[in-house]
Structure formats: C-alpha cells, structure tokens
Ligand binder design. Structure first.
Ligand code: B12
Ligand code: SF4
Length: 492
C-alpha cells in the first residue's frame, strides 16, 4: 500500500441529475495534490455514492461548492462524514465559501475555509494538517478558533499559463458521456465590470490565460483521448484577447479537430469581428455562441454596465443571420429600478431577434439573483434585500421563484417574470427537441422516441404558451405552474 496520504475531494450534486458535468474544480485540486505527493480520492456525487471506506487514512476532506443547492448536498455529505468519523477535518472551498468565508467558517460542519484557487494553497494545508504544524503560515485560510475568526493572507492569482494533466481516471469516466461533450478551461477571470457577475468578488476582475500553443496541445490530447462531439470552454470569457483567440481558432483548423465547440462571447466583441474572423470561427466548428444580452431595455443595460445597447444585440443577430453559427442569447430581469415596461422591452427584443433568424436560441430569461460578491448584491441590499444569514440558508435560495431575492420588484412584475421566464425556457426545450429530431444521425439515439413523445404530448401546451407570449397575457397562469411541475417530475 502506498505510504502517501489520502485526501477525499467531494463535488456535491444530485445523483438523479440528467446531465453529468465534469467536476473540474476537484480535478484541478487532485492534479496539484498528486504533484505534491498526496493520494486524492474523488467523489462526484452526480455519479457516485459515498462509501465509508473512502475515509480510510484520509488527512482531510475537501468539499467544493457554488452558491445554491450544491451547498445542500455538501452539508448532507458533511453530516454523513461527521457521523462516521468526527475527527476528520472538513475543508470547504469553491466560489461560495471564497466569497462568504466568515459565515461559512462559522457553520458546525465546516472546520476550514480555503479561499480562491486551491492548487497552491490546498496542498500546503494538507501538509500542515498532516504534520500538526502551525496553520498561520498556510495561505488563503479562514477558520474559527475558540470563537475567534482567523484569516491568513491570500496568495496572488495563479498565472494559469501552464499545461495541466488532469487525472480524469480518478473519476468514474464511463458515467460522463465524454464522447458527446467535455468541459475545458483555457482562461480564468474577466476584466469587464458587469454588475451581476461574481468576477468582482472571486477574480477581482483579473484575467489569466493559457497561451494558444498550450491550449492547442491540451485540446489535441482531449481529442485523442475522448473524441468528443462537443467541447465546452467554461472560461468566464474566452475572447478577451483577440490575438490569442485567433491563434487558437486557426490552430484548431490546422490540426483538423473533429469536435464542435461552444464558448461565451461578448456582443461588443463579436460586433468588432470582420467577416474573415467570422469565417475562421465557423470553419473551426464554433457551433454555439453563448452571448449575455441581459436586457432589451437600454436603461437596464446601462445599469448593469454591460457596455452595449439594445441596437448592438440586434446588430449581432443581423451579422450572424446568414451564418451556420447559431447565436444563443441569455437575458435577465428583476433588477432594482426595473419596471414591467423594461421587461416588455426585453420580450420585444427577443421577438426582434427571432424575426431576424428563427433558429436563434434564447436559453433563458433568468431572475437577476443578487449573488454574493457582485455589485448587484450591494445594490440589492440597499434596496431592501435581506440575504441569507448562514450557510444552510444559502443552500435554499431559489433561482426561479425567488420573490424573496427581489423584494424591490412588485408582485405583479414578479408574476409576469415567472410566467415569461418559464415560457422562454419551454421554447428553448421545444427548439432543442426539433433540432435533435431533424438530425438524421439521432434516429438511433435512445432519446429519439422520448423527444417525439414529448412533442406530441406537449403540442397543446406549445399553442397556449405561444398565445400567452403573443398577447403578453399572464393572468391565471395555472397552465404554466402545472407544466412546470410536470416537467420537474419528469426531469427528476
Ligand atoms: C460550467 C458551469 C456550469 C455548469 C455546471 C457546473 C458543474 N460542473 O457542475 C451548469 C451549466 C450546469 C451551470 C449551472 C449553473 N451555474 Co454555473 N457555471 C459554470 C462555469 C462556466 C464553469 C465552472 C467550472 O468548471 N469552473 C472551473 C473550476 C476549475 O473553477 P472553480 O470551480 O472556481 O474551482 C477552483 C476554486 O474555486 C477552488 N476550489 C473549488 N472547490 C474547492 C474545494 C476546496 C476544498 C478547495 C480548497 C478549493 C476549491 O479551486 C479550484 C481550482 O482553482 C462557471 C464560471 C467559471 N468560469 O467558473 C459558472 C458559475 C459557477 N455558475 C454560476 C451560476 C449562477 C449557475 C446557475 C445558478 C445558473 C442558473 N441561473 O441556473 C446554475 C446552478 C448550478 C448549481 N448546480 O447550483 C455562477 C456561480 C456564482 C456563485 N456565487 O456561485 C458562475 C460563477 C457564473 C457566473 N459568471 O456568475 N454552471
Ligand atoms: S458577465 Fe461576462 S463579461 Fe461581464 S464581467 Fe462577468 S464574465 Fe465578464
């Protein structure tokens, strides 16, 4: 047996979730632990169950979490671990603990919080716990000792400009459909100052990226190993540096990668690209341009510091109207000072986009949830928002029916928002099933007949929703609530 010490890394999640995403956070941590001579064991709760044996010989357990329901699964696994062995230190990290460290550290099921990127700092903590040495020299650490909250200085951000060797084999790989889709990160952070974005609290709006040559070599390895149909860049914003983006895209074409890819691109960036750059993107397999349009109201676009106007959103759709690349816009609503008229301008903007190109996807009209670490969070508090007071309460925040999150929005507005956001989501699903069924390659897929049945059964719903949309009629939305409940039961 290896004399290296084990560390259990947990990615909380729901085993019933349909799409299983690569848990990149714990993969990056695992790689750095291996480099420092430790022996990480990975538990991704999206795909595997906890087993007490995973705790044999562990120095500590690391739990990774975003804000929201991931915390709920994190707390449930932490409870189970405490019941098996109350002496194993529980270390929490990831976006939520980094942004709300004190509140997180004060929870009973949290021994330590590690802020920010974990690659450098976490192995130092594991080393110190193993040696029983002084924790004040461990960077990025927050914890409570005898009722006093302690903090240590943070390391600078990683340059993130080196090749990674993520230990995929530590996961139950066959459970991820890696031949269909894989996640990959080529940069971290974003310098743009959007009001609602976690980049303020987590990355201090600082962008770090891998050079194009490193990215291309890593993509090469991914293609050889997994041969995925789609590759999803999880970068906050892939196109910050045009030269780097162009080199990657040109390299993808030169190397003849077979996969299609998806990334986020700012509308103002896209609108500066000439036809030659658009042609390159198309040729390289850029399938889905994920763009944050946010609002159809110039007043709200100005409030959220998006540096675009509604006319720019429309112009981006016009630029891509003849292209094979499919724009995918997302919108938000429910900001402080927003009115129903602003919301209607957003709906009108979507209609205008669909009138330019009916294949345009709108993947959501999301509630403008005030996430911690954002400027919106501070603004929301000034407008009467009362944020959760402990870690467990953060687990319960609802991103969809969140009246509590937007007390500054009148009830009548919230009802409209609930109805229209659900209809937008339904329409997205409706378009997705149509695209899927129209592709002859999918005839043999297990999903094929399921999607056919969905479209037959929900055809009347589609009519009713289309009528509601056209007439902007939101009264007595029993149909919306019934379909919402039914679909959530099917998805579960
Ligand atoms: C891919 C993605 C998704 C995927 C799935 C993510 C997954 N794998 O489960 C999907 C599409 C499902 C998704 C959904 C949502 N997402 Co999302 N998503 C992302 C995205 C683009 C990438 C995540 C990622 O893989 N990052 C790469 C890893 C390496 O980074 P990391 O997690 O930060 O990990 C590092 C550190 O945090 C730290 N660390 C992490 N864990 C731990 C643990 C320990 C012990 C230690 C020591 C350190 C540590 O070390 C790691 C390495 O440096 C991020 C943006 C981003 N670029 O991160 C948004 C992001 C995480 N999502 C966000 C949001 C809001 C959502 C949704 C709520 C959106 C919605 N309205 O529905 C949902 C809900 C998700 C949920 N389950 O609760 C926000 C989260 C804000 C917050 N406060 O938590 C982000 C930051 C986007 C944004 N710009 O605001 N998302
Ligand atoms: S929303 Fe997008 S563009 Fe704006 S700061 Fe965040 S990552 Fe950057």
């Amino acid at each position: 047996m290896s004399d290296r010490k084990k560390v259990l890394l947990i990615y909380p999640g729901n085993i019933k979730s349909i799409t299983k995403r690569m848990p990149l956070s714990i993969l990056f941590l695992a790689e750095s632990l291996i480099e420092k001579g430790f022996d990480p064991v990975l538990l991704d709760m999206q795909v595997d169950q906890f087993d007490e044996k995973m705790l044999d010989n562990v120095v500590c357990v690391g739990i990774s979490t975003l804000t929201g329901e991931q915390i709920k699964y994190g707390l449930s696994i932490a409870t189970a671990i405490r019941a098996c062995n109350p002496h194993i230190p529980l270390v929490w990290g990831g976006i939520h603990p980094s942004i709300m460290p004190e509140q997180t550290a004060r929870h009973d099921l949290v021994d330590y919080v590690m802020c920010g990127e974990g690659e450098e700092a976490f192995p130092k903590l594991v080393q110190a716990l193993l040696a029983g040495s002084d924790l004040s020299t461990v960077p990025n650490l927050r914890y409570e000792q005898d009722g006093t909250y302690k903090t240590t200085p943070n390391l600078p951000f990683l340059l993130f400009n080196k090749s990674n060797n993520l230990p995929y084999d530590l996961l139950s790989l066959p459970k991820y459909q890696t031949n269909t889709r894989i996640e990959y990160q080529s940069s971290r952070g974003c310098p743009h100052g959007c009001l609602f974005c976690y980049n303020k609290g987590f990355n201090a709006f600082k962008w770090r990226a891998k050079d194009s040559a490193i990215v291309l070599d890593e993509l090469d390895k991914i293609e050889k190993r997994f041969n995925p149909e789609y590759l999803f860049f999880v970068d906050d914003e892939f196109f910050i540096n045009r030269k780097r983006a162009q080199e990657i895209v040109t390299g993808m074409i030169a190397r003849g990668f077979d996969f299609k890819w998806k990334a986020t691109i700012r509308i103002d960036t896209l609108n500066t690209y000439d036809q030659a750059m658009l042609d390159l993107l198309d040729k390289s397999g850029f399938m889905e341009m994920a763009m944050g349009a946010e609002s159809g109201s110039d007043k709200i676009l100005n409030l959220v510091k998006k540096k675009i106007k509604r006319s720019d959103i429309v112009a981006s759709a016009q630029r891509l109207a003849q292209s094979r690349m499919i724009p995918q816009y997302s919108f938000m609503s429910g900001f402080p000072t927003e009115t129903i008229q602003d919301l209607h301008q957003t709906l009108d903007c979507m209609d205008e986009l669909w009138s330019i190109n009916k294949s345009i996807k709108v993947n959501g009209l999301f509630f403008a949830t005030p996430f911690p670490g954002t400027e919106l969070f501070d603004l929301a508090i000034q407008n009467g928002y009362k944020p959760p007071q402990d870690l467990a309460e953060w687990a319960d925040i609802d991103f969809i029916l969140s009246y509590k999150n937007v007390p500054y929005i009148p009830r009548s507005f919230t009802r409209e928002l609930v109805v229209f956001s659900f209809i937008v989501r339904f329409r997205y699903l409706w378009m997705h099933t149509a695209t899927f069924l129209n592709n002859p390659k999918n005839r043999s897929s297990a999903k094929y007949w399921g999607f056919v049945a969905f479209r037959v059964i929900f055809m009347p719903v589609n009519w009713i929703f289309s009528w509601r949309w056209r007439t902007r009629f939101t009264a007595v939305p029993l149909d919306v609530f019934a379909v919402r409940m039914l679909l959530s039961k099917i998805a579960a």
